[in-house]
Design a protein around this ligand. Structure first.
Ligand SMILES: CC(C)(COP(=O)(O)OP(=O)(O)OC[C@H]1O[C@@H](n2cnc3c(N)ncnc32)[C@H](O)[C@@H]1OP(=O)(O)O)[C@@H](O)C(=O)NCCC(=O)NCCS
Length: 244
């Protein structure tokens, strides 16, 4: 994602919500944040990595779907976040957004584009993950990634248009509704600036509330399939102007 003139001049990251056309809701989308909520969406940087990894660990601690699909125990999942988040915030083929309330990070969206992860970063990530979790969990992770990649495969011409949602999470303690939807919309807007008009993801097919969340945002849900002991589904949403 190219840095904007504004960001270079300001030497920082402006709140994305301030310039996001969808920030106050789309027809059929989830509700906008409640009045007085005042969330701020911004791009995450390397400095945010420790806090973002902590937040991700906290939100996914009870999530059985990914633990079971990947084959991680709680400790491996924590180690995954401390190695993955630095990769996500530094790779030029990824976009990591955070939503803050009262200066505290309460939600994260990570989008990946064609070319993610870049080879040297991917090697460093795998080496760090191997050191942190050991060989067997690493093998399970590699097997999950193979299945994931095969489920997410798209026709070649579409790959350059794809913004793949790797992770979306909002703290239960955020104290404000609409943050997940807001992050997704901010991600669309940023991705569309570089021509990425097809949004995709990989979700827990057994989580009806989550499926409803994505349906309201305009995603189509694919046919469920088994991964490990759980059922997953892919999701896709094409921006109205995207070619079929
Ligand atoms: C899914 C999630 C990002 C939604 O964020 P949010 O800020 O709560 O969502 P919004 O306020 O914009 O929208 C509310 C809708 O989200 C969905 N939702 C809320 N909490 C949810 C949860 N724990 N699990 C699944 N879906 C949930 C529901 O559809 C809800 O609508 P409802 O209140 O009418 O049931 C958030 O609940 C979360 O982080 N869940 C755990 C991690 C996860 O499953 N991430 C998605 C896969 S990567």
């Amino acid at each position: 994602m190219r840095e904007t003139t504004f960001e270079r001049a300001a030497g920082g990251t402006p709140p994305l919500a301030a310039r996001a056309p969808h920030a106050r809701g789309v027809p059929g989308g989830n509700s906008a944040p409640a009045a007085g909520c005042e969330p701020r969406v911004r791009r995450l940087t390397a400095r945010d990595a420790p806090e973002a990894a902590r937040l991700a660990s906290e939100v996914f601690r009870e999530n059985q779907f990914y633990r079971s699909a990947i084959g991680f125990d709680a400790e491996c999942f924590d180690a995954y976040w401390t190695t993955f988040i630095p990769l996500a915030v530094s790779d030029p083929h990824a976009l990591s957004l955070g939503v803050e309330r009262h200066g505290r990070l309460v939600g994260i969206l990570v989008l990946a584009f064609e070319g993610f992860p870049s080879r040297p970063r991917a090697l460093r990530f795998m080496a760090a993950l191997a050191r942190a979790i050991g060989p067997l969990p690493l093998l399970r992770y590699a097997r999950f990634v193979r299945h994931y990649e095969s489920a997410m495969r798209r026709p070649h011409p579409e790959r350059a248009l794809e913004a793949r949602g790797l992770w979306l999470l909002v703290s239960r303690e955020a104290g404000c509704a609409g943050l997940g939807a807001r992050l997704v919309r901010a991600g669309w807007d940023e991705a569309a600036r570089s021509g990425r008009t097809i949004s995709t993801g990989f979700v827990d097919a057994g989580d009806r509330r989550l499926l409803l969340f994505y349906r309201r945002l305009g995603f189509d849900i694919g046919t469920p399939f088994s991964i490990g002991a759980v059922a997953a589904a892919t999701i896709v949403r094409r921006a109205p102007e995207a070619p079929c």
